[in-house]
Design a protein around this ligand. Structure first.
Ligand SMILES: [Zn+2]
Ligand SMILES: [Zn+2]
Length: 212
């Protein structure tokens, strides 16, 4: 069993990332909900988040970037031997879980995947409803789900390809929907399109006129 001091330290680390009280209570069973609520208030100067914990694993596949970040987290959980161990109740597991999450939060400071979702990801990996597969091209493992019908390709390769796509007009990288990021290029393309339309109209008029 873990000591009270260990649990107090862990609860602080979980609270820092805005974990919900019921989630912390599961990971630090020796602490009372009141203690946790008070500690949460002490850290954030506001009450702990209420509402249900996230339950839908679809989120992890919602965009390429989410898929990439979820895959990164899943790989950290696997590396830290978290996926094969039992239920997430002892301090040893919780400590490693927070270690993995802290690494993620340091590497990607946008914190797209909140700690509650990270916990859900770990649960799904343990249940086997999410697993990982290695990419044939870049050999980085990424997450897949046998329960979702859609087939997912490697998010790392997809993002790399996306970044490598360059505008055929100015040579700058293009955005998600294939639009050039360069404002000047956008304007000149729009001007060319306008010009093309006007010349089309005038050529139509010139063809139509002699017949009148
Ligand atoms: Zn790949
Ligand atoms: Zn361009």
């Amino acid at each position: 069993m873990s000591s009270k001091l260990e649990e107090v330290c862990l609860s602080y680390r979980l609270i820092r990332y805005g974990a919900r009280i019921n989630e912390i209570k599961i990971m630090c069973p020796g602490l009372t909900k009141k203690e946790l609520r008070d500690r949460y208030y002490e850290v954030h100067q506001c009450s702990a988040r209420s509402g249900k914990n996230p339950t839908k694993p679809d989120f992890f596949f919602s965009t390429r970037n989410t898929h990439r970040l979820s895959s990164y987290l899943a790989n950290s959980f696997i590396k830290l031997n978290l996926v094969s161990s039992g239920s997430l109740v002892n301090c040893k597991d919780t400590g490693r879980f927070v270690d993995a999450y802290e690494h993620y939060a340091l590497d990607f400071d946008d914190e797209l995947i909140g700690i509650s979702r990270a916990l859900l990801l770990l649960k799904e990996l343990r249940m086997g409803s999410i697993s990982t597969t290695k990419c044939d091209d870049c050999s980085v493992p990424y997450i897949i789900s046998p329960i979702t019908p859609k087939l997912y390709s490697c998010p790392y390769c997809a993002i790399k390809k996306q970044l490598e796509r360059l505008c055929c007009h100015c040579g700058e990288p293009v955005q998600d929907r294939g639009r050039c990021r360069n404002k000047r290029c956008q304007q000149s393309q729009a001007a060319k399109r306008r010009q093309a339309i006007t010349s089309d109209v005038s050529s139509l008029c010139s063809v139509a006129l002699p017949g009148l």
